[in-house]
Ligand binder design. Structure first.
Ligand SMILES: NC(=O)CC[C@H](N)C(=O)O
Length: 375
């Protein structure tokens, strides 16, 4: 069945429908990861986005019930060059096409993804529409132009949990599956702005007893739980309109150690009086080089973000700790005096390299130090 991807600037790509049939809009972005499509599909940070994979063959190891970062896919639509119909993997329980159909995700394949990605790289991310029900390019271009932008929208409300919940699953080991939690050493409250499960698994693996709370949970409610640390999660959309989270973070600073990832990093910067801005097309992939400013070591990192922190806006409120070697954007910060730090990239990987796992151990050390300071 024919399908069309139309961009707001009038560029049109004709391909074949796969996954669910229908029509969706979203900001068209691209991810350069060669593997990890199931983790990408189930990362709530992609809510509101149509995700294009630059690697041409997607689905060749199928899907399975373990490699997920939330309970369902959150992206708007999926664009690939070729969706493999015959996966080869002993862990596979379904094809990519079946998985997208089961989760009502609209896909298009068979388009020139290289041309699409070069267009986005040269002209910037923009809204688009995928449709297998309206095949009139002019109509679709108009729909893409009317589609809402990510800027100024609170998409966190669409993905956060409704009630607090306890998390006990640790990281995955081949042949054994997900590890169970050992004796807890730290009580951590994790804000769910669209949290990825592998962040929770890594927190459990460093000895955290994790309670996940909705994004709107107040600082007083969090402090009443007497945590040793508070985690600020990744999540979708523009960080600026999430003012309620910035206000709660501001009230927590200095009272309890804080560790933030991606959206959590941006919210921490905003809470410190900093500013964020929208990148031309974002960083999404598994090979972004990030250099530590202390020690100059370079980490190859997993990334998925379209906004960034303006390093000049933080003044002396925070120290900039990590920088992206591709474009010198800010990738990490720490508070000048309070036990609080964050990174723009994803040390939990899923998908991607594990170079930055040390950042979880750093959270444990910060909680130890804070506990000693109170004893
Ligand atoms: N993965 C994330 O947390 C993304 C953060 C934010 N939504 C951005 O696109 O920059």
């Amino acid at each position: 069945m024919k399908a069309i991807l139309a961009l707001a600037d009038g560029r049109v790509f004709v391909g074949k429908a796969f996954g669910a049939r229908g029509e969706v809009t979203g900001e068209v972005v691209f991810n350069t990861s060669m593997t990890g499509y199931q983790e990408i599909l189930t990362d709530p940070s992609y809510c509101g986005e149509i995700v294009t994979m630059t690697y041409p063959l997607i689905g060749n190891y199928g899907v399975n019930p373990e490699d997920v970062e939330s309970d369902r896919p959150f992206l708007s639509g999926f664009v690939v060059k070729e969706a493999c119909p015959y996966p080869s993997n002993w862990r596979s329980t379904a094809t990519l096409d079946e998985y997208l159909q089961q989760n009502a995700i609209v896909g298009i394949q068979g388009i020139d993804t290289r041309a699409l990605v070069r267009h986005i790289r040269d002209h910037g991310a923009q809204t688009g529409v995928i449709s297998s029900v309206d095949l009139d390019p002019a109509s679709l271009i108009e729909k893409a132009r009317r589609a809402p932008s990510l800027v100024g929208r609170d998409l966190v409300r669409e993905v956060t949990c409704k009630q607090p919940y306890h998390w006990t699953e640790g990281t995955w080991v081949l042949g054994e599956g997900y590890q169970t939690a050992g004796p807890p050493r730290y009580k951590v409250v994790a804000y769910d702005f669209g949290i990825k499960r592998n962040i929770l698994r890594n927190l459990v693996s460093i000895g955290c007893d994790v309670t996940v709370v909705p994004a709107s949970t107040t600082a007083d409610e969090v402090l009443s739980m007497r945590p040793d640390g508070v985690f600020l999660s990744n999540g979708p959309g523009d960080p600026e309109p999430i003012v309620y989270a910035q206000e709660n973070i501001r009230k927590l600073l200095g009272k309890v150690p804080v560790f933030g990832i991606c959206l959590g990093h941006q919210l921490l910067a905003l809470a410190l009086g900093g500013q964020t801005y929208k990148l031309k097309f974002g960083h999404r992939g598994g090979n972004q080089p990030v250099q530590r400013q202390c020690g100059r070591q370079v980490e190859i990192t997993s990334q998925n973000h379209g906004f960034a922190v303006d390093g000049n806006s933080l003044q002396d409120a925070a120290v900039l700790t990590h920088v992206n070697l591709n474009d010198n954007t800010i990738e990490g910060l720490e508070h000048a005096s309070f036990p609080a730090y964050s990174v723009q990239y994803h040390p939990e990987a899923s998908p991607g390299p594990h170079d930055a796992r040390y950042l979880f151990d750093r959270f444990a050390a910060l909680m130890d130090k804070h506990r000693q300071s109170r004893s």
